[in-house]
Design a protein around this ligand. Structure first.
Ligand code: GLN
Length: 283
């Protein structure tokens, strides 16, 4: 088949499965053709794939038609203008989380040498982009999952910030030292209510790691735990910054308030949901 025939046929087939059928077909074509760019696709619409390329494309497309997320199939996802390797076992970085990273960069206002702790690093999206964009910052990056630590380390290396990141296997703060206090503690913890998991999109529920999604009966378990324990690890005036579920901002703000945080405010994602909650620690 030619590139054009493939685009037409599989865009149609993906229509009910993907919000971005055209993009998905293009991403799989690029991969099948040996990591060519979008321009190559556009300039070669009448070119036929070799048997080998077509076989590879069809294998990947079969996965996609079975609703496996495109990022897992091609093995990467862009986040904050950086390239992240991903595979099953880590949550796929989402645009919502860029709102959190952008806000932290904003409030840091060109300060250098900040000491940051990221709890539940997953693919390393938050850790790596903060290390990249905050000059001379140092990040302690923790996760309870070995796969997450392996992938996040790989992403730190490929984005050339591994020298300023320490990865630690830890259940929240359990293996983190409180000797040096942090300027910023950031987390995108699991926050889906237990009872909401079964109603999630199949592409999330069946492919993304349960451990990175489920946040207890009311989805707030990790916010309670992290907020309370963070006080022992933050500098005076230090920042606690969270991504939260679309309807959790006021509950999480309340948890911060109850723990003595000041100047609490929220930030909306691109869909207008209060997605980010930030507060300052003042003992
Ligand atoms: N934003 C993710 C989702 O809706 C959940 C991420 C999380 O629990 N931290 O699928």
């Amino acid at each position: 088949m030619t590139i054009k025939e493939i685009i037409i046929k599989y865009c149609q087939q993906l229509e009910n499965i993907s919000d971005t059928p055209r993009l998905d077909v293009e991403l799989l074509l690029k991969k099948a053709l040996g990591d060519v760019d979008s321009m190559y696709i556009r300039m070669n619409l009448d070119k036929a794939l070799s048997d080998e390329q077509e076989k590879y494309f069809l294998e990947m497309m079969k996965d996609r038609l079975n609703e496996r997320p495109i990022a897992y199939i091609i093995g990467n996802r862009e986040f904050m203008g950086l390239d992240f390797f991903v595979k099953e076992g880590v949550l796929i970085p989402r645009p919502d989380t860029e709102t959190l990273v952008e806000e932290i960069i904003n409030i840091c206002n060109n300060k250098t040498g900040l000491n940051i702790l990221d709890i539940g690093t997953g693919s390393g999206a938050i850790t790596v982009s903060l290390a990249k964009y905050l000059d001379k910052s140092h990040v302690v990056s923790v996760d309870i999952s070995d796969i997450a630590l392996e992938i996040a380390s790989k992403n730190a290396i490929s984005n050339k910030v591994d020298e300023r990141i320490d990865f630690i296997k830890s259940d929240v703060f359990s293996n983190v030292s409180d000797e040096t206090k942090f300027d910023i503690i950031v987390s995108n913890p699991p926050y889906i209510r237990k009872s909401d998991i079964s109603g999630l999109d199949r592409q999330v529920k069946d492919f993304e790691p349960y451990n990175a999604l489920e946040g207890g009966e009311d989805g707030l378990d990790f916010y309670r735990r992290i907020t309370e324990e963070s006080r022992q690890f933050l500098k005076q005036g230090g920042i606690l910054a969270y991504e939260v579920g679309h309807d959790q901002a006021s509950d999480v703000s309340k948890i911060m308030q109850q723990n003595g945080f000041k100047g609490i405010y929220t930030k909306c994602d691109l869909q207008g949901f209060e997605r980010v909650v930030i507060g300052f620690y003042n003992n």
